[in-house]
Design a binder for this molecule. Structure first.
Ligand SMILES: *Cc1c(COP(=O)(O)O)cnc(C)c1O
Length: 363
């Protein structure tokens, strides 16, 4: 079976093998007589699915033992409230705004605490990352928030800031929604990492939260119990009914990732895919990407046609060529190719072949 290549930013393409396995197990999981959607979250069948998924993601991301892995609901945007509810103690927090997603985090935090804009990439329209050495950290912040891959602007941190060398003891909070499992994470620099599943893990509905144990137990009294990291952790993510089917699908993706050689192998593939596409864009006068070279996202590649009046024709031709969902986000315009883990290099090659062909036909 072959399918079109799907460049959606999210919910995004999933590995065909994973979808086929889910289809095969839809009505009867492992001879249990039940589909996964129909199982009690407290039964031994689902508990085994859950424990395997948790162990696999811990292994894939090399998560140290002093971090809890939580499967929550609400997506990345809910975490913009859940993080300050759990970590801010109602005080000051530092936010580095590098695009639309961290901008939302900054605004939402103001409902629960006092966010301080430590740095912003707005002056370059979010095509660069402000250097960490220039951040105006407040010194008494409860945490520092960054979005490590800005899905809309296509800007990615290729290394995490070392807050301690910047004289800051606050924990670093990272929104890694759109590049989780595409690369390794240096946990020595992280306090909390969160990400919605629908970009690089599985279907929407589950949020992966990885939190250092010493950060549990400081939630504001108004924090909803279902969003209190300590409550969720103490109950193995089953304080309330977790999104069981999404967790199962995430688990299938984790198994697929292990068969691919794990995160290190996937990272090499992602580097190769991104290089192919950026090299092509840089060699072209018909297409362009405007993000600074040192912070270009390996996952989300916004690009523009020199003649924007051709955008609709480009998208229609792409669809006919089996290249789906390339329209850019409305706030940036142009095109965007999201090339997450599930996108094979053949998809990037097919995109480039189409882009060359489209340009030639106009010449
Ligand atoms: C998609 C995305 C979100 C929002 O996720 P929701 O599940 O819609 O809440 C947050 N942050 C980043 C970086 C994203 O890419």
């Amino acid at each position: 079976m072959t399918r079109p290549f799907n460049f959606s930013a999210g919910p995004a393409a999933m590995p065909l093998e994973v979808l086929q396995q889910a289809a095969a197990e839809m009505t009867d999981w492992h001879g249990s007589g039940m589909g996964v959607m129909e199982m009690s979250h407290r039964g031994k069948e689902f508990i085994s699915i859950y424990e395997q998924a948790e162990a696999d993601v811990r292994e894939l991301l090399a998560v140290p033992a002093n971090f809890k892995i939580l499967f929550m609901q609400g997506g990345g945007l809910a975490e913009n409230a859940i993080v300050p509810l759990n970590l801010s103690r109602g005080g000051k927090v530092d936010v580095v705004v590098t695009g639309s997603w961290s901008e939302k985090s900054y605004k939402e935090a103001a409902k629960y605490c006092t966010p301080h804009l430590a740095a912003t990439g707005a002056d370059t329209r979010f095509t660069t990352l402000p250097a960490a050495a220039q951040w105006q950290l407040s010194g008494d912040a409860q945490y520092v928030h960054i979005c490590t891959n800005e899905t809309i602007h296509g800007v990615e941190f290729h290394s995490l800031p070392d807050l301690q060398t910047l004289g800051c003891d606050a924990p670093l909070v990272i929104d890694f929604s759109s590049h989780v499992l595409s690369r390794s994470v240096d946990w020595s620099k992280v306090g909390v990492a969160f990400g919605g599943a629908q970009k690089n893990i599985g279907p929407a509905g589950v949020t992966l939260v990885i939190v250092r144990e010493d950060l549990l137990g400081h939630a504001l009294p108004i924090c909803p119990s279902a969003f209190n990291y300590k409550t969720v952790a103490d109950n193995g993510s089953m304080y309330n009914t977790p999104p069981t089917y999404s967790i199962y699908m995430a688990g299938l993706t984790f198994q697929w990732l292990k068969r691919q050689g794990g995160v290190a192998a996937m990272e090499q593939r992602n580097i190769a895919k991104a290089k192919l596409l950026y090299d092509f864009l840089d060699s072209s006068s018909f297409y362009s990407n405007q993000v600074a070279h040192d912070c270009r996202s390996r996952m989300n590649v916004p690009f523009f046609l020199a003649d924007e009046s051709r955008n609709d024709a480009f998208l229609a031709g792409a669809k006919a060529a089996g290249l789906l969902q390339l329209k850019g986000h409305k706030s940036v315009g142009g095109m965007r190719a999201s090339i997450y883990n599930a996108m094979p290099i053949e998809g990037v090659e097919a995109l480039i072949a189409y882009m060359r062909d489209f340009e030639t036909r106009l010449a």
